[in-house]
Design a protein around this ligand. Sequence first.
Ligand SMILES: [Zn+2]
Length: 71
Amino acid sequence: MAGNFYTVQCPDCDNEQIVFGKAATEVACAVCGATLARPTGGDAEFEGEVTDTVERRSASSVQSDDSVEAR
Ligand SMILES: [Zn+2]
């Protein structure tokens, strides 16, 4: 529930970057420097399009079927 990461697509250069869902500071695009997320005190507000959600425990191996629990 808490602590998910999101893949956010930069609105300026289409770079996809993984952003922590509760980012406490502004997150800038690593390629062009555009702001991708702003802190709100809770969940960050994303400037770009969220193209994927990455659960914390599987952050290193993204699975398309998130309804199946890994064993
Ligand atoms: Zn960018």
